[in-house]
Design a protein around this ligand. Sequence first.
Ligand SMILES: C[S@@+](CC[C@H](N)C(=O)[O-])C[C@H]1O[C@@H](n2cnc3c(N)ncnc32)[C@H](O)[C@@H]1O
Length: 227
Amino acid sequence: MNKQQSLFNEQSQKCTIQNVGSSTGKSYRAIRHDVVRAKQKQNANEVHHPDEKINQIKNIFENTSFDKKPKILELFAGQGNCTKIYQEYGEVTAYDKKYLKTGDSYIEYHRLIAEKKKFDVVDLDPYGFPNRFFPDIFLLMERGVMFITMPKPYVNILNGITRTHLISYYDEHNPDEQTIVERIALFGLCHWRKIELIDSVDCKSVWRFAFAVERVKATEYTGVRNR
Ligand SMILES: C[S@@+](CC[C@H](N)C(=O)[O-])C[C@H]1O[C@@H](n2cnc3c(N)ncnc32)[C@H](O)[C@@H]1O
């Protein structure tokens, strides 16, 4: 190794997250967390995983039959990476507070429920956990597909608020993929929707789930007769 190469290696070493961490007192994970938040603020595609989402959407539509042109609801639509794909398949209603200025998804979904609106496809894509939408989001569907972006708890910094939030929804502060999927199936049953995971894509810090959703009769589902 010549002198120039060794100087370059020395400089690159100084710029690793570990080294920045030791000089700032922050852990590797804490700095990575800050970097992800900064990229989310800039709306960088790196934190949106557009290719993975688009491929999954296309794959699901090509393998799902709808009786009529599907009605699609996109919550947290961003700048429309997925909207333009959804528009190829159906009639899209999209909400994004910052970019489309169409409304606050947390408020709009309550309004849509109150108006008894129904959709064939729902896409739930917030930056953080989508748990606040459970179980009532399932009231917006009788039958169809729900796409959900779920941050992986174990790659996030679990402060006291996040830990308590996850315990409230999943009974544990660091649920794994299977626990989360099983609990979402139970959230569906709160409103008598049978939920089946049909696809899961690993996008580094998040999973992108696709669930088949179908309204069921409580009596038939449980095999219990009402007298
Ligand atoms: C993960 S990004 C969505 C990315 C988009 N679905 C895509 O695939 O390109 C989350 C989006 O939620 C928006 N947002 C944040 N809080 C919101 C809220 N309360 N209601 C609606 N949109 C919100 C942000 O502006 C951001 O565009």
